[in-house]
Design a protein around this ligand. Structure first.
Ligand code: TRP
Length: 331
């Protein structure tokens, strides 16, 4: 039997090409090796998103985005966390095995407390219990599917370690392996995607290139990539230009070599380099954008796909909760 991989997708607006190359594409690769499962962590989203229209459209945006990027709901399971009530039942059961001290040490919570302390005043200001207990809900997401591996960036490793600690506490108490202990699949060599200003592409830096923007917007955005003041005639170093680094993500090896030679020879200005980037990016992104637009044009069909995923996921989740309840004496 194949091992199970589980990818959690936080609802976030405006997916950009940094998300695509850094997270979506490598996560979709997992379907080749694992029994791959993906879910939209919409109850996690509720911690920060209190505007119903925003949360609602963000959930559809990420679901449509992953499907447009190539997630095949026939081959893998894609569902919404909120469709699996067993996740929340498991969360409550896990709270009984999670020490408050463990949660006190969670990076995100600690950072929020520290920020409050630096401002002076109430250290708990603006911190809801959803943020405080976030690692328990995340542990439940993972444990409920007997997940073997959870592919995450380095920032999420602590959460996986907490899920391990919590599952181990349960197993130690009952003296048997009631819950599967997951492991982190740390993604070391994912592409670092530079943003318009050369820093890592990130929504918080406002330097992103949107993944599904109309062609005209894509072109306009690429024209805004920051360059130095080298003239057209000057030879240019491709590897120190984010235009070229972005181009590499889309171009074949031959295309990369050919364009690098043109940078080095001189005679090509930044405007032309950007046009080359636009052509290569649009070649890849146009079909994805079309799929995205088609999916978003039929939300009921999208919701059916998610509901079918939930139907496949729920029996697995129910079996874990049943096993745990039996072990706990609540059966
Ligand atoms: N915390 C993850 C993030 O910020 C999202 C997430 C929630 C998740 N539950 C998960 C990831 C379970 C993997 C497994 O990106």
């Amino acid at each position: 039997m194949k091992e199970v991989s589980l990818t959690g997708i936080k609802p976030t607006g405006d997916l950009h090409i940094g998300n695509y190359f850094g997270a979506i594409k490598p996560a979709l690769e997992l379907a080749k090796t694992y029994d791959a499962r993906y879910f939209i962590a919409d109850y996690h989203g509720l911690n920060t998103m209190k505007d119903p229209a925003e949360l609602n459209s963000t959930i559809r945006h990420v679901a449509a985005g992953w499907l447009a990027a190539g997630l095949d709901p026939e081959k893998v399971i894609l569902y919404r966390q909120s469709s699996i009530p067993e996740v929340f039942e498991l969360t409550i059961m896990l709270t009984a095995f999670t020490s408050k001290g463990l949660m006190n040490r969670a990076h995100a919570y600690k950072a929020a407390v520290q920020e409050n302390a630096e401002k002076g005043g109430d250290v708990d200001a603006g911190i809801n219990m959803g943020l405080f207990t976030y690692p328990i809900l995340m542990a439940a997401d993972i444990i409920i599917f007997d997940s073997d591996v959870v592919p995450v960036g380095k920032d999420q490793v602590q959460h996986i370690e907490m899920a391990q600690d919590i599952a181990q506490a349960v197993n130690a108490n009952y003296g048997k392996p009631v819950l599967k202990i997951p492991r982190a699949g740390v993604q070391e060599n994912t592409a670092v995607v530079p943003g318009l200003d050369g820093r890592k592409m990130s929504k918080s830096y406002g330097n992103t290139i949107p993944l599904f923007a109309p062609e005209k917007t894509l072109h306009k955005t690429i024209m805004r990539v920051v360059t130095n003041s080298q003239t057209v005639d000057e030879p240019k170093d491709p590897e120190s230009s984010q235009i070229y680094l972005l181009y590499k993500l889309f171009a074949t090896a031959e295309e990369q070599a050919a364009l690098a030679a043109r940078y080095r020879a001189g005679g090509m200005g930044w405007g032309e380099a950007k046009e080359e980037l636009f052509r290569a990016a649009n070649r890849d992104l146009a079909p994805m954008r079309e799929r995205y637009d088609a999916i978003m044009a039929d939300i009921p069909a999208l919701d059916r796909i998610l509901a079918q995923g939930a139907e496949k996921a729920r029996p697995i989740a129910a079996a874990t909760v049943k096993r745990f309840r039996k072990a706990a004496g609540i059966d």
